[in-house]
Design a protein around this ligand. Structure first.
Ligand code: ZN
Length: 246
């Protein structure tokens, strides 16, 4: 284990070419991190849209099943109504073959109660028909919403595919340029850069208004003067190599 003294970098003076390379690396690392995040995030966004479509498909099915159930209740009640009508006809046919008034009245009241039941059923059927109309409207709305989600997902799919292609090409191109930049760095600077890059995903940071833009921390005036003297100075807080920014 060789611990480098803190002021080791003092000996190293950064040439204008090295400074330009470090600034370029700063931009490349930033862009590459951004592109890599997009490569990870976009497929997740798309998966979320596809889940929305699947959920809406379930909603459409439930709406359709509700209509089918209401239709079945109508069919059942319609059969009951037909049964009652036949009953009433049969009872009415027997009315005049009865022996006395008591029987006649009892029969009349049986007929009346069936007619009352028939009325109630007719009302229920009418209400069910009304309900089905509004259920059909709801069903159509769920279908419209599904169509919208599907077309959004399809659009997003094409867009994501295009963006991924673009970002992959960008990452590949930048990776090539990054290797060239790294090869151009003197060994000591390269080693310091590699340490910070391994920890932070970025090996350099710009200093603007006495702030390290890598970690948004204020640097001391001494550090600033060393940066201005073009010495190799890693940020005390984030270890990135400090380069004077605008
Ligand atoms: Zn920093």
């Amino acid at each position: 284990m060789s611990m480098q003294p803190a002021n080791d970098g003092e000996k190293e003076i950064l040439s204008p070419k090295t400074i330009a390379t470090l600034i370029e690396l700063n931009g490349i690392d930033f862009e590459m991190a951004h592109a890599k995040r997009a490569l990870e995030r976009r497929p997740k966004d798309l998966a979320a849209r596809i889940r929305q479509v699947e959920n809406q498909e379930k909603v459409v099915k439930i709406a359709k099943d509700t209509i089918t159930a209401a239709q079945k209740r109508i069919d059942k009640k319609t059969m009951e109504i037909e049964g009652l009508a036949q009953d009433v006809l049969k009872l009415e046919g027997q009315l005049f073959s009865l022996k006395d008034n008591t029987e006649f009245n009892a029969m009349k009241s049986q007929i009346a109660s069936r007619k009352k039941l028939d009325d109630d059923l007719q009302t229920e059927v009418l209400e069910l028909f009304d309900a089905i109309d509004s259920l059909k409207e709801d069903h159509q709305k769920t279908i419209d919403k599904l169509d919208e989600l599907k077309s959004n997902a399809k659009e997003a799919e094409a867009k994501v595919a295009e963006e991924l292609k673009e970002q992959s090409a960008k990452v590949e191109e930048m990776a090539g340029r990054r290797v060239e930049c790294l090869d151009a760095l003197p060994a000591t600077i390269r080693a310091t850069y590699d340490v910070a890059f391994a920890r932070r995903g970025q090996g350099t940071a710009l200093v603007i208004d006495q702030i390290c833009k890598g970690c948004d921390t204020q640097i001391t005036l001494q550090t600033l003067s060393r940066v201005m003297a073009k010495k190799l100075v890693p940020c005390r807080n984030c270890q990135r190599i400090l380069v004077l920014g605008e």
